[in-house]
Design a protein around this ligand. Structure first.
Ligand SMILES: NC(=O)c1ccc[n+]([C@@H]2O[C@H](COP(=O)([O-])OP(=O)(O)OC[C@H]3O[C@@H](n4cnc5c(N)ncnc54)[C@H](OP(=O)(O)O)[C@@H]3O)[C@@H](O)[C@H]2O)c1
Length: 318
C-alpha cells in the first residue's frame, strides 16, 4: 500500500516521504479500515509515540496521522460492533502506524459508524478536535449552562469545536487568538474575542472554565482568571500555574464511540461546523502538509479519490 512515513524527528514534516509499505493485518480486537480520508495534527511529529513504542524503543519508520474516515475491509478475532463494508470514523492509537496510508489496523472500540450522508473528509476532521473539545468541556471541565468559558487558540481545530459545543451547552464564550482570526472566532459563535498580541487578556475578568490550547506564558497568566471553584483545563501539557481556588487538569484525548456519535450527529443537523481549510490527495500529501503560507483550518488528506465512492454524499465538500 501507499503510505507517508517519517524516520527523522529533527526533519519535522519536511522529512515525510510517500513510500510503499506492507498492508497491516488485523490483530485481536482490531479491524482493518481502507482509509478514505485522514487528518493530521501539525504537532504530531513532536509527540513521543510517533517515534517510540510503549517500551520507549524506536519504532520508525512510522506512519503519522491519527484521524480517519473509511470503510472496514477485515475483522480481527474478537472485534465487536462493526462489519465489513461499514463506513466508520475515529481515532487511531498514538503508538501504532497511523492513517496517512491506504489501510490502517485499528481497535474496533476506537471507531464509530459514519452516517452515509457525512462526507469522508468531514468525518476525518472530527475525531481529535471534536473529542478533545467534548472531553475538555464536559468530562474534565464539567461545564454547566450559564457558565463562562475562555478558549485559548479559538480559531484552531480544537478551539472552533470548543466554541460551538460550549455555546450549544448554554455557556458564555470568549475566544482568544491572533488578530487575523477575530472574525473566524466570532463566526464560530464566540461572544467576545481577545487578540492576544494587542488586547489585554486580564480585561476578560473572571471565568468559570478555561480550555487552554496555547499554554506557555499565556497559560501562566490565565490561572489568575479562574473564578473560585472554577477549572483550568490544559490540552498542551501540565499547567505551569494553577488557579488559587480552583482545579487544574490536563489530559490526552481518548477515543469514545458514543461521543463520536454525538459529535457526528451535530454535524449532520447543522449544530457543528468543521474547520477544514485544505483537502489534498495522498500523492500530494507531503507538499500539502508542508504549506508555504499560514492555513486557517485543518488540512485533510483524501486518501481514496471520490470516484471510488458508490454514492456521493450530500454534504461532500470537494
Ligand atoms: N491533549 C490533547 O489530547 C490534545 C488534542 C488535540 C490537540 N492538542 C494540542 O492542542 C493544541 C491546539 O491544537 P489544534 O489542533 O487546535 O491546533 P491549531 O488548529 O493549530 O490551533 C491552534 C490555534 O491557536 C493559535 N495560537 C497558537 N499560539 C498562539 C499565540 N501565542 N497567540 C495567539 N494565537 C496562538 C494558532 O494560530 P497559528 O496557527 O497562527 O499559530 C491557531 O489558531 C496543539 O498544541 C495540539 O498539540 C492536544
Amino acid at each position: 500500500m501507499k503510505a507517508i512515513v517519517v524516520t527523522d524527528q529533527a526533519a519535522g514534516t519536511a522529512g515525510m516521504k510517500l513510500v510503499e509499505r506492507p498492508e497491516p493485518q488485523a490483530a485481536i480486537n482490531d479491524v482493518v479500515v481502507q482509509v478514505h480520508a485522514s487528518g493530521f495534527v501539525p504537532t504530531e511529529l513532536t509527540w513521543p509515540p510517533t517515534w517510540t513504542d510503549r517500551r520507549d524503543r524506536d519504532r520508525t519508520p512510522s506512519i503519522p496521522g491519527h484521524e480517519l474516515a473509511g470503510v472496514v475491509t477485515a475483522l480481527g478475532y474478537g472485534s465487536t460492533g462493526l462489519s465489513v463494508g461499514q463506513r466508520v470514523f475515529g481515532l487511531a492509537d498514538w503508538y501504532r502506524d497511523g492513517t496517512l496510508a491506504e489501510f490502517v489496523a485499528i481497535e474496533a472500540r476506537n471507531l464509530a459508524p459514519l452516517p452515509s450522508d457525512v462526507d469522508f473528509a468531514v468525518g476525518a476532521s472530527l475525531p481529535i478536535s471534536g473529542l478533545t473539545a467534548w472531553q475538555g468541556l464536559f468530562q474534565h471541565g464539567h461545564l454547566q449552562a450559564g457558565q463562562s468559558v475562555l478558549v485559548h487558540g479559538a480559531a484552531g481545530a480544537v478551539g472552533s469545536m470548543t466554541i460551538q459545543l460550549a455555546r450549544e451547552a448554554g455557556a458564555y464564550v470568549i475566544g482568544t487568538g491572533r488578530a487575523a482570526d477575530r472574525q473566524t472566532v466570532l463566526d464560530f459563535g464566540a461572544q467576545e474575542f481577545v487578540d492576544l498580541a494587542n488586547d489585554t487578556l486580564e480585561d476578560v475578568g473572571e471565568v468559570d472554565l478555561l480550555l487552554d490550547g496555547i499554554g506557555g506564558d499565556i497559560g501562566k497568566r490565565s490561572a489568575g482568571l479562574i473564578r473560585a471553584g472554577g477549572t483550568l483545563v490544559s490540552i498542551v501539557g501540565p499547567p505551569e500555574a494553577r488557579p488559587a481556588n480552583g482545579l487544574a487538569v490536563d489530559f490526552v484525548v481518548e477515543s469514545d464511540r458514543a461521543q463520536l456519535s454525538e459529535i457526528v450527529q451535530r454535524v449532520r443537523d447543522g449544530r457543528l461546523r468543521t474547520n477544514i481549510d485544505h483537502v489534498s490527495t495522498l500523492d500530494d500529501a507531503v507538499a500539502a502538509l508542508n504549506p508555504t503560507e499560514r492555513r486557517k483550518g485543518k488540512t485533510i488528506i483524501r486518501v481514496r479519490p471520490l470516484q471510488h465512492e458508490a454514492v456521493r454524499p450530500r454534504n461532500s465538500i470537494i
